[in-house]
Write a protein that binds this ligand. Sequence first.
Ligand SMILES: [Zn+2]
Ligand SMILES: [Zn+2]
Length: 88
Amino acid sequence: MYIACPKCAWRHPGGAFWRCTCGHVWDTFATHGVCPQCATTHRITQCPTCFQRSDHEEWYHDDDDLTVEEYLANPERVAQPIVVPVEG
Ligand SMILES: [Zn+2]
Ligand SMILES: [Zn+2]
Protein backbone atom coordinates (compact mmCIF):
# COMPACT_ATOMS: atom_id res chain seq x y z
CA MET A 1 0.00 0.00 0.00
CA TYR A 2 1.20 3.50 -0.77
CA ILE A 3 -0.18 6.98 -0.29
CA ALA A 4 -0.52 9.35 -3.24
CA CYS A 5 -2.66 12.28 -4.37
CA PRO A 6 -5.61 10.98 -6.45
CA LYS A 7 -5.46 14.12 -8.59
CA CYS A 8 -1.78 14.54 -9.48
CA ALA A 9 -0.31 11.22 -8.24
CA TRP A 10 2.14 13.03 -5.93
CA ARG A 11 3.61 10.35 -3.73
CA HIS A 12 3.55 11.14 -0.03
CA PRO A 13 7.13 10.61 1.16
CA GLY A 14 6.18 10.79 4.83
CA GLY A 15 6.36 13.96 6.84
CA ALA A 16 4.35 16.80 8.33
CA PHE A 17 2.76 18.48 5.30
CA TRP A 18 -0.62 19.36 6.77
CA ARG A 19 -1.88 22.03 9.13
CA CYS A 20 -5.02 21.64 11.24
CA THR A 21 -7.45 24.47 11.93
CA CYS A 22 -5.99 24.48 15.46
CA GLY A 23 -2.57 25.31 14.00
CA HIS A 24 -0.96 21.94 14.61
CA VAL A 25 1.29 20.68 11.79
CA TRP A 26 1.52 16.93 11.35
CA ASP A 27 1.41 13.98 8.95
CA THR A 28 -2.31 13.36 8.44
CA PHE A 29 -1.63 9.86 7.10
CA ALA A 30 0.15 8.86 10.29
CA THR A 31 -3.12 9.32 12.18
CA HIS A 32 -5.65 8.55 9.40
CA GLY A 33 -6.73 12.18 9.24
CA VAL A 34 -7.10 12.79 12.97
CA CYS A 35 -5.29 15.79 14.44
CA PRO A 36 -3.19 14.54 17.37
CA GLN A 37 -3.56 17.87 19.16
CA CYS A 38 -7.31 18.61 19.03
CA ALA A 39 -8.68 15.24 17.77
CA THR A 40 -10.46 16.83 14.80
CA THR A 41 -11.05 14.29 12.01
CA HIS A 42 -10.15 15.61 8.57
CA ARG A 43 -12.11 13.66 5.96
CA ILE A 44 -10.78 15.80 3.13
CA THR A 45 -7.05 16.03 2.47
CA GLN A 46 -5.62 18.84 0.37
CA CYS A 47 -2.58 18.01 -1.73
CA PRO A 48 0.57 20.05 -0.85
CA THR A 49 1.61 19.89 -4.51
CA CYS A 50 -1.50 20.52 -6.67
CA PHE A 51 -3.65 21.97 -3.83
CA GLN A 52 -6.69 19.98 -4.94
CA ARG A 53 -8.87 18.44 -2.24
CA SER A 54 -9.62 14.73 -2.18
CA ASP A 55 -11.37 12.32 0.16
CA HIS A 56 -8.81 11.03 2.65
CA GLU A 57 -9.61 7.41 1.72
CA GLU A 58 -8.84 8.08 -1.96
CA TRP A 59 -5.21 8.71 -1.07
CA TYR A 60 -4.65 5.07 -0.17
CA HIS A 61 -3.63 2.89 -3.09
CA ASP A 62 -2.87 -0.78 -3.48
CA ASP A 63 0.55 -1.64 -4.84
CA ASP A 64 -1.19 -3.54 -7.63
CA ASP A 65 -2.42 -0.23 -9.02
CA LEU A 66 1.12 1.00 -9.58
CA THR A 67 1.80 1.82 -13.21
CA VAL A 68 5.12 1.93 -15.03
CA GLU A 69 4.80 5.70 -15.20
CA GLU A 70 4.43 5.86 -11.44
CA TYR A 71 7.51 3.72 -10.97
CA LEU A 72 9.51 5.99 -13.25
CA ALA A 73 8.20 9.08 -11.49
CA ASN A 74 9.07 7.67 -8.09
CA PRO A 75 12.54 6.16 -8.32
CA GLU A 76 12.63 5.56 -4.56
CA ARG A 77 10.24 2.68 -5.17
CA VAL A 78 12.63 0.88 -7.47
CA ALA A 79 14.14 -2.16 -5.82
CA GLN A 80 17.59 -1.53 -4.43
CA PRO A 81 20.37 -4.11 -4.31
CA ILE A 82 21.05 -5.52 -0.88
CA VAL A 83 24.30 -4.18 0.51
CA VAL A 84 26.22 -7.13 1.91
CA PRO A 85 28.67 -6.16 4.65
CA VAL A 86 32.22 -7.11 3.74
CA GLU A 87 33.89 -9.28 6.35
CA GLY A 88 37.56 -9.09 7.27
ZN1 LIG B 1 -1.99 16.52 -5.91
ZN1 LIG C 1 -6.04 20.20 15.42
